[in-house]
Every structure is written in structure tokens, then in C-alpha cells.
Design a protein around this ligand. Structure first.
Ligand SMILES: Nc1ncnc2c1ncn2[C@@H]1O[C@H](COP(=O)(O)OP(=O)(O)OP(=O)(O)O)[C@@H](O)[C@H]1O
Ligand SMILES: [Mg+2]
Length: 366
């Protein structure tokens, strides 16, 4: 038996399903008609703008808030009205709130001790969790003697020793500096691989969402906009909101119009994106093109003209910011050989397959 099996006991893990979940705070609805199926062992990330309901949704799953309407199941069992302690979950928060006067080991084992577990069991579980989290050398320290990342690992350790079926994380890394976030992100990914538990993770951070998730749930104003793998959301967004939310720098949105049978941006025809139903003459669209998909046109190829404004050199790549037309900005990834001086004019195009079309209502046209 490996250390990790020892922590997890026999591997326990469960799916989570939400059906018709609504949440009102008084007269204000904060979540509407949430239907969501999370498979056992899946890593699911909730993203969305501040106030869209991510934490509330997590807290409903945890049982820290009551659902107004709908049903929550964990491992097939209806837990809609169950106590948090009876749901097989453990939650890790942004503020990790460790007991300052207790050692790392005592902090991690406190919940088990209170629950009346034997000293031997507590010590064993704490040691195993510390091993997974590389905290073995720090077990006797107080939280005040640890870095931010180490403290957050202790908070995660506290969750691991409880041996939950489902881990819930609410922005666990957002108090850490950039470098530590990257380090901890990798730790959490490794943890998921080794424990294999279902994990539900809330974040504002694009990169965390893209790198950690098997499945991303994009929320907006209390509603689910789209659910999919990171690649599905990136390549195949259902609407403008998801297209603009996933990806950094953002997808370019270029106003276009159907004229003379072609889709045109600022009068220039673009490669035909091959929509199933061709939009009528005069239809206004928005074309979504990712920065890495804009490229220099070959001589004679139909192209948009981009006037360079400024460039961001990031070492491996350069982002050129420019204007396609008066008031229509764009950003494109270019290599070093490209003239990015202010005022330089570039002929730019994209592959037809890399152009996404959105109607004026914001919905994707396919
Ligand atoms: N206890 C409460 N009483 C009333 N309104 C609340 C309560 N908790 C949250 N809200 C409201 O519910 C909405 C969703 O809040 P929530 O904390 O879930 O957002 P969030 O997506 O986690 O935001 P952030 O990214 O800023 O953490 C917000 O408009 C918030 O003001
Ligand atoms: Mg929140």
C-alpha cells in the first residue's frame, strides 16, 4: 500500500449532480436553473466574473447554504437537505485560517481529534497527508513560521486527512504571489492525479482553469453559459461571452457585414467561414479570431490592413496591438521578424476554419 492509498483508505470518490438548482437571497435570485453533472473523479472548475455565483454554487454543494429549489446528489445520494458533515466533502477556502498557536501537525489533525479518532489514526493520517504535500519536515512548525504556499498546503492537508469523497476549493491560491500560484497549481494537479478524487474548484484565474480542469463551467449572472473541456470552450465557444472570457489575450471581435455575397470587415472580404446557413445580404456579424490565428497575408491574398500601435515582446512570442479600422482594435501574435513599429501597416488574414461568427444577439452562428 502506498502512502497515498493509506490517506485515501479504499479509494472513495463520487460524482456530483445538480438538478434545477435555484438560489435566492431574499428577493434576489443569485443562481438560476443550474443543471450540472460532475463525474466521479473529475476535476471541474467554475469560472465567471465576480459576483456571478461561483462561491454560492460551491457552498450549496457543501451544504453551507440551503438551496431554494432543486436537488443536489453526491454519489447518487440525495443530499439536498443533508448536513455539511454528512456529505463526504471537504472544503478549502481562500483564507486558510490556521490556528496560530498550533503546530502544522496539530492544525492538520485537529478535525479528526475533535471527532474522537484515536491518536494513532490521527498521527498516521497526518503523516501520510504531509508526505503527499511535502510538509513532512514542517510538521512541528507553527503557521507563522511558514510561507504562504506552505500554509495553503496545510489547509489542503486539513482537507485530505478528512478523507472526503469530493474536494471543494474556493480560490485557494488567490492570496499567493504569482510564482507560488504556479507552484501550487502544479501541486494541486499532482494531488488530483494521485488521489483521484472528484474536485470542484472555483477560480478567477484563466490559466488555473485551463490547466487544472477536465471540465470548465462558465457562469454569468447566476446562469451556466457553457460547460466543456478547456479545448472545447477555447475552440468552440457557444456565444460571445464564453469566447471573450476564455483565452488571454482575448479573442478579437471584428464587426463585419455581408456585402456582395462576402463577409467583409471594413470593406475587405475575409475567407468564407462556411456557415451552414448563409447569412443574408446586409447581415451584421461579429467575427471572432484568436490572436494566434491572425497571420500575415501572402502577396495578392485578400487581406485586412492592420496599423500597428504597439507591441508586447514576451520573449517566446510578441503580441502586436493594432487597428483594423477606425475604432476597431485587434491583437495578433507575431514573430520577431515582423515590423511592429507604430504606424507600420500589415496585410493580415486568417484561415477560414479559425474564424468564429457571432450574431448581433451574441450567439454563435455555425
Ligand atoms: N449571504 C448573502 N446574502 C445576500 N446576497 C449574497 C450573499 N452571499 C452572496 N450574495 C450575492 O450573491 C451573488 C453571488 O455571490 P458569490 O459570492 O457566489 O459570487 P462569486 O462568483 O463567488 O464572486 P467572486 O468572484 O467575487 O468571489 C452576489 O451578487 C452576492 O452579492
Ligand atoms: Mg467567490
Amino acid at each position: 500500500m502506498t502512502r497515498i492509498d493509506h490517506v485515501a483508505g479504499e479509494r472513495k470518490t463520487s460524482g456530483v449532480s445538480l438538478q434545477g438548482v435555484n438560489k435566492w437571497f431574499g428577493a434576489v435570485q443569485v443562481l438560476g436553473d443550474i443543471d450540472l453533472d460532475i463525474q466521479s473523479g473529475e476535476f471541474v472548475v467554475f469560472v465567471g466574473p465576480s459576483g456571478c455565483g461561483k462561491s454560492t454554487l460551491l457552498r450549496l454543494i457543501a451544504g453551507l447554504e440551503e438551496v431554494t429549489e432543486g436537488e443536489i446528489r453526491i454519489g447518487g445520494r440525495d443530499v439536498t437537505d443533508a448536513d455539511p458533515s454528512d456529505r463526504g466533502i471537504a472544503m478549502v477556502f481562500q483564507t486558510y485560517a490556521l490556528y496560530p498557536h498550533m503546530s502544522v501537525a496539530q492544525n492538520m489533525g485537529f478535525g479528526l481529534k475533535v471527532a474522537g479518532r484515536s491518536k494513532q489514526e490521527v498521527t498516521g493520517k497526518v503523516a501520510a497527508a504531509a508526505d503527499v504535500l511535502r510538509l513532512t519536515d514542517y510538521l512541528d512548525r507553527r503557521p507563522g513560521q511558514l510561507s504562504g504556499g506552505q500554509r495553503q498546503r496545510v489547509a489542503i492537508g486539513r482537507a485530505i486527512v478528512r478523507d472526503p469523497d469530493v474536494f471543494l476549493f474556493d480560490e485557494p491560491l488567490s492570496n499567493l504571489d504569482a510564482e507560488l500560484r504556479v507552484e501550487m497549481r502544479i501541486e494541486i494537479s499532482r494531488l488530483h492525479q494521485s488521489l483521484g478524487n472528484t474536485m470542484i474548484y472555483v477560480t478567477h484565474d484563466q490559466t488555473e482553469a485551463m490547466t487544472l480542469a477536465d471540465k470548465i463551467v462558465v457562469l454569468r449572472s447566476g446562469r451556466i453559459e457553457q460547460v466543456g473541456s478547456p479545448a472545447e470552450l477555447y475552440d468552440d465557444p457557444d456565444n460571445l461571452f464564453v469566447a471573450g472570457f476564455i483565452g488571454s489575450p482575448k479573442m478579437n471581435f471584428l464587426p463585419a457585414e455581408v456585402r456582395g455575397g462576402a463577409i467583409r470587415v471594413a470593406g475587405h472580404p475575409v475567407p468564407d467561414p462556411g456557415l451552414r446557413s448563409r447569412p443574408a445580404e446586409g447581415t451584421k456579424l461579429l467575427l471572432g479570431i484568436r490572436p494566434e490565428h491572425l497571420r500575415l497575408a501572402k502577396p495578392g491574398e485578400p487581406a485586412l490592413t492592420v496599423t500597428a500601435q504597439f507591441a508586447e515582446f514576451l520573449g517566446g512570442t510578441t503580441y502586436l496591438y493594432g487597428a483594423v479600422a477606425e475604432g476597431v482594435d485587434c491583437v495578433m501574435e507575431v514573430d520577431r521578424s515582423v515590423d511592429t513599429r507604430q504606424g507600420a501597416v500589415l496585410n493580415v488574414t486568417a484561415m477560414a476554419d479559425d474564424i468564429r461568427c457571432f450574431g448581433e444577439n451574441g450567439l454563435r452562428l455555425r
